[in-house]
Ligand binder design. Structure first.
Ligand code: COD
Ligand code: ATP
Length: 206
């Protein structure tokens, strides 16, 4: 698809662990909005025959195999070593940026597209986004949801939270906040309202 005519409005979607971001992404898709899932793209590029495997193997010998990146081993290495994490990010992030650009091209004639980026504020920032929506819920609800997941422990949860920007700060930086503390129907209504208002919103350039 070529870039002729007005471009889509680009909405960043983010939120801390367990806030309901994936649920909101699904609701957006159900409304017909194209959603780019950054995590899924990273997994694909790190999976069997993924395009990032040669660079990751070169930087972290032995940590890829026929199934792709050895996620648990690579995670154990990089999450305790910020230099190693930076080296991994320097491989992964430019590839995500390229995929994003392809996604924009493929959906150029849509009025609205969404980039679902778990660590948007922490890592990539809001560059390239026309607006950012933060999915949020009260801390005790977040905690209840996350600890109900198989394999999750108090320690693991604390660790992940420590690596994420506090929810209050994300909310402050957001253009839109979807609160998932009530029913799914209530969340769905907020999502529909936001989409309606965004599709009417003029973009800042051609
Ligand atoms: C190291 C990897 C292989 C570990 O994979 P694994 O499946 O075990 O963990 P997962 O990806 O689910 O992450 C676990 C937790 O760490 C957080 N996390 C992931 N990447 C990062 C990062 N670069 N910086 C800080 N926290 C991170 C996640 O939000 C999550 O809460 C993987 O996290 C990775 O490749 N990370 C670097 C790429 C990246 O920055 N991804 C973010 C999306 S663009
Ligand atoms: N009103 C609501 N809106 C959204 N999710 C809700 C609501 N009530 C309960 N939930 C549940 O909360 C959980 C939120 O999980 P979801 O996977 O959407 O979160 P997430 O923010 O994507 O988490 P992660 O970042 O860990 O992937 C789901 O099991 C969902 O069904």
């Amino acid at each position: 698809m070529t870039r002729t005519g007005p471009r889509p409005f680009i909405l960043g979607l983010t939120g801390s662990i367990g806030m309901g971001k994936s649920t909101v992404a699904r609701m957006l898709r159900d409304l017909g909005v194209p959603v780019f899932d950054a995590d899924a793209e990273v997994h694909r590029m790190q999976g069997p025959n993924g395009r990032l495997l040669p660079a990751i193997e070169a930087a972290f010998p032995g940590l890829t195999g026929p199934e792709g990146v050895k996620r648990a081993e690579l995670g154990a290495l990089v999450f305790g070593d910020s230099d190693a994490l930076s080296r991994l990010e320097a491989i992964v992030h430019p590839a995500v940026v390229a995929e994003r650009s392809d996604f924009i091209d493929a959906n150029w004639h849509e009025p609205l597209i969404v980039f679902d980026v778990p660590l948007l504020f922490e890592k990539t920032g809001r560059a390239g986004m026309d607006a950012v929506v933060v999915v949020s819920a009260p801390a005790d609800e977040q905690r209840r949801r996350v600890l109900a997941r198989p394999g999750m422990t108090e320690d693991k949860f604390a660790d992940i939270l420590a690596r994420q920007m506090p929810d209050g700060e994300k909310r402050r930086r957001a253009d839109y906040v979807i609160d998932t503390g009530a029913s799914l129907d209530n969340t769905g209504a907020q999502v529909a309202r936001m989409v309606e208002s965004l599709q009417l919103r003029p973009k800042d350039d051609g």
